[in-house]
Design a protein around this ligand. Structure first.
Ligand SMILES: *Cc1c(COP(=O)(O)O)cnc(C)c1O
Length: 456
């Protein structure tokens, strides 16, 4: 059995710390995402391989579970992947990090070439950031710089979608859903942006996303009116194409993205697509923008970029946008993180994108879509379930009550599945390498957890 090393914390009694579980030592010491310091104790990960995590529950019990979350969309090739491990070690044997100011290196150049190769055609330049939120900051900044350089210095606001999620830093927060995005908690600090209604939902029917044409036409009407009303102050439209993730796991009509593209082009606005969650095959297309056959002016990717190994994100933009910046008095994009284009992260990302092709992702995500559709279907009959939906490698059980996260997690873990519900959503985006048995087990585990906790 693996055991955690005994670490003595400054000023603490060493004997006291060694006999307490990791969960106990963590509690009150570490902040976790959107959680209170005295919240429910976390599970400790003692190891991970393939699709599995080796967990120690707060009470000390051990569980082997399938990671139904892919560590939040990222670990698409699973854990301890041989090719990714090798890429990381090889780069570490060469050099781990160097500054990117005035220097370059093979991992960054090769990764940028690969990204441009894969991305919707028309995107030709890459900016590496150290997290998804930062890449969104860079995208927003670029859009404002672009408008100023093009002679529109008043164009500095964004049109975003209700129900969107784009990250946790202040500018990224400003384009998140204005109610769920906690704007009211930081009065005066979150820039007031403009918001369209949530776009009308779509259903996956025989490989196509179908929606109500009337609802779509209405939504497009609101979009057009909003853009016309605020034309002189808008820099760009920002959206997650076709699937809104953390803002509600909402699958919507591709026509809405197409309309945003058209309206943006007609009025000199940029279209920024946030593919941080949806990129690299997760929705069944390499990029979710492809459902709408649009090329954005700016695209952000992150999460699965390194196969979940290291934090890395990228902002891609068109030649036209970059040319305007280069021709401006500033000439540069005004951003430059210390760990920009970290070579370890870039090297693993190159290996991860190479694997995507060879495995190949289409077959894997197709199997996830079919498997999840079948395995989650029984949940639809449960009394507190409002909707069950699947798109690509994403499966969602939406409740008509708030999810009891702690209870659902416990029951799912007992069924061999790691899941992290939020709000009214119990959802999964399994690693692409999941076997048919893994997918069936995930479906059974989620259905069992929902039945046990929200069955009545
Ligand atoms: C996760 C996410 C982000 C933020 O990325 P971080 O790496 O967590 O900063 C932004 N946009 C979308 C759509 C995301 O899913």
């Amino acid at each position: 059995m693996l055991s955690a090393p005994a670490v003595e914390h400054g000023g603490r009694n060493a004997a006291g710390t060694t006999h307490r579980s990791l969960a106990e030592r963590d509690r009150g010491l570490l902040w976790h995402p959107y959680a209170s310091l005295d919240g429910p104790a976390p599970y400790a990960v003692l190891g991970a391989a393939g699709t599995k995590l080796d967990l120690e529950a707060p009470g000390g019990q051990r569980f082997e579970v399938i990671d139904a979350m892919s560590s939040w969309w990222s670990a698409v090739h699973g854990y301890r992947n041989e090719a990714l491990d090798a890429a990381l070690l090889e780069q570490a044997g060469s050099f781990s990090h160097v500054m990117f100011g005035g220097l370059t290196h093979a991992p960054a150049v090769i990764l940028a070439e690969k990204l441009i190769d894969m991305a919707p055609s028309g995107l030709e330049h890459v900016f590496f950031a150290d997290s998804g939120s930062v890449s969104v900051e860079v995208a927003l900044k670029l859009a404002v710089q672009y408008q100023r350089a093009a002679g529109y210095s008043r164009r500095a606001r964004f049109l975003a979608l209700s129900g969107g999620y784009h990250g946790d830093t202040f500018a990224a927060m400003s384009v998140c859903d204005p109610v769920d995005g906690m704007h009211s908690e930081f009065p005066g600090l979150v820039a007031p942006q403009l918001f369209l209604p949530r776009p009308p939902k779509a259903r996956l029917i025989k490989g196509e996303l179908r929606s109500d044409p009337l609802e779509v036409a209405q939504w497009v009407g609101v979009l057009e009116e909003m853009v016309l009303t605020h034309l002189d102050e808008l820099a760009a439209i920002v959206l997650e194409p076709v699937l809104q993730g953390a803002g509600g796991m909402h699958i919507y009509a591709p026509e809405c993205v197409r309309a945003a593209r058209r309206v943006a082009s007609e009025h000199g606005l940029l279209l920024i697509v946030d593919e941080i969650a949806t990129g690299f095959g997760r929705t069944g297309r390499l990029f979710a923008s492809e459902w709408s056959a649009v090329t954005p002016d700016i695209m952000c990717v992150g999460k699965a970029l390194t196969g979940g190994y290291l934090t890395l994100a990228a902002m891609l933009c068109s030649r036209e946008v970059a040319a305007v910046i280069t021709a401006s008095p500033l000439r540069a994009l005004l951003h430059g993180p210390t760990f920009m284009a970290n070579p370890l992260a870039c090297a693993v990302a190159v290996a991860s994108l190479t694997l995507l092709d060879s495995e190949p992702w289409q077959r894997q995500v197709g199997a996830l879509e079919a498997g999840l559709t079948a395995a989650l279907a029984p949940a639809a009959a449960l009394s507190q379930v409002r909707d069950v939906r699947v798109l690509g490698g994403v499966g969602v059980i939406q409740l008509n009550v708030p999810a009891d996260v702690t209870a659902l997690t416990r029951v799912a873990v007992e069924h061999g599945v790691w899941v992290r519900p939020f709000r009214d959503l119990v959802y999964t985006m399994p690693p692409y390498i999941s076997s048919a048995e893994d997918i069936a087990a995930i479906g059974a585990g989620l259905c069992a957890a929902v039945a046990a906790v929200h069955g009545q």
